[in-house]
Design a binder for this molecule. Structure first.
Ligand SMILES: Nc1nc2c(ncn2[C@@H]2O[C@H](COP(=O)(O)OP(=O)(O)OP(=O)(O)O)[C@@H](O)[C@H]2O)c(=O)[nH]1
Ligand SMILES: [Zn+2]
Length: 189
């Protein structure tokens, strides 16, 4: 389904009325249109198949770990429609020298982050896309994020950081996993 800007604007106008605001006062007059455009940007991943980015392939001579750390992302938690944001660390061990462009790993993170999400699902979707498109020997995805639904409201724990991981192939084995984890965490302040 295509994004329905007019429908979103109507819903936001109704929301403003329902919370007791006057949607026609000067400061709020453009808010439904503005927020409608913002939501489209925040949910832009719904309009794409992020796997397409991984179809840019190169062949190298080696099958050693490729790891891109500290990919900043923002997503929206599907329970509260509040943002969660943090950093993704994405790595894989190629097979037959098959690699993709480094920026493509970040594009995949973006494509799956810009949807109503759960952090666990976001993590495994990134891993499955790399696994399914590159057929590498192993994949590791680690996400660290702060959820606004836990910091601004509810339990109100602003410093809490949620860490999730998804491992595929040989990166599931304890030795390889431990080495890769230390590379991910080793870069941290
Ligand atoms: N597992 C998981 N839980 C999430 C994520 N984002 C938000 N949540 C949690 O979803 C849960 C929803 O719980 P509910 O009891 O239905 O909602 P609530 O009454 O607003 O819960 P509180 O946040 O505890 O006030 C909360 O515990 C949130 O912290 C996520 O990405 N993964
Ligand atoms: Zn939430």
């Amino acid at each position: 389904m295509m994004y329905d800007q007019a429908g979103v604007e109507r819903a936001i106008r109704d929301l403003l009325i329902a919370v007791g605001e006057d949607p026609d006062r000067e400061g709020l007059r453009d808010t439904p249109a503005r927020l409608g455009r913002s939501w489209r940007e925040l949910l832009a991943g719904m309009e794409e198949d992020p796997r397409k980015h991984l179809r840019t392939l190169f062949t190298t001579g080696t099958d050693e770990l490729v790891l891109v750390r500290d990919i900043e992302f923002s997503s929206v938690c599907e329970h509260h429609l509040l943002p969660f944001r943090g950093r993704a660390h994405v790595g894989y061990i190629p097979a037959d020298g098959r690699v993709t462009g480094l920026s493509k790993l970040a594009r995949v993170v973006e494509g799956y982050a810009r949807r109503p999400q759960l952090q666990e699902r976001l993590t495994s979707q990134i891993a499955d896309a790399i696994d399914g498109e590159l057929h590498p020997q192993g994949v590791i995805v680690v996400l660290e994020a702060e959820h606004m639904c836990m910091s601004m409201r509810g339990v109100r724990k602003p410093e809490a950081s949620t860490v999730t991981s998804a491992l595929r192939g040989i990166l599931r084995s304890p030795a390889t996993r431990a080495e890769t984890m230390s590379l991910i965490l080793g870069g941290h302040r």
